[in-house]
Design a binder for this molecule. Structure first.
Ligand code: MN
Length: 193
């Protein structure tokens, strides 16, 4: 199976000022493209060559195939969860109910996910994820990992590798993390729950 780049549902400059055109051009156009290319070069002749990303992330040993498959899925979920000027700035329906049940309020979820993203040492991802019963949890994943590695379903993510924000925010990771909430496409995120 050849893994493909996700197609962005917005223009490269459409997420400004939260994420600049230059960051999209490097982060999506260079970094993600490299992960896709690496994965496609690594899997031929291995038992992973016909597996989907979730299967590879669940089954591959730590190493280059796991790292690159993780980063392809992570960035696909990341880039597809955004839209410019979303019509609403908070979740609705079943996801909203689960957030209120498991995190008291949406404001408190934002605070806890931001704290996880800001507090993650080095490169990695902060995730909102769900277990098989629908209970929501926050995980901090190092490097290219994903909640699927622990049997959880990924719902929403914040990329805190420096390549995600350094051109726009330099060392100000907390400012970047706070701004991300303005461009979340809740209709996309709700469907993942
Ligand atoms: Mn990234």
């Amino acid at each position: 199976m050849t893994h493909e780049m996700p197609k962005l549902p917005y223009a490269n400059n459409a997420l400004e000022p939260v994420i600049s055109q230059q960051t999209i051009e490097f982060h999506y156009g260079k970094h993600l493209q490299a992960y896709v290319n690496n994965l496609n070069n690594l899997i031929p002749g291995t038992k992973f060559e016909d597996k989907n990303l979730a299967e590879i992330i669940s089954e591959a040993p730590d190493g280059p195939i796991f790292n690159n498959a993780g980063q392809v899925l992570n960035h696909t979920l990341y880039f597809l969860q955004f839209r410019p000027n979303p019509s609403r700035k908070e979740p609705a329906g079943k996801l909203a109910e689960a957030i209120n049940r498991d995190f008291i309020s949406f404001d408190n979820l934002k605070k806890e996910l931001n704290d996880a993203a800001v507090g993650l040492f080095g490169s990695g991802w902060a995730w909102l994820a769900a277990d098989k019963d629908g209970k929501l949890t926050i995980t901090k994943e190092p490097n290219g990992s994903n909640p699927i590695r622990h049997g959880l379903k990924p719902i929403l993510c914040i990329d805190v590798w420096e390549h995600a924000y350094y051109l726009d925010y330099q060392n100000r990771r907390p400012d970047h993390v706070k701004a991300i909430w303005d461009i979340i496409d809740w209709e996309v995120v709700e469907k993942r729950y």
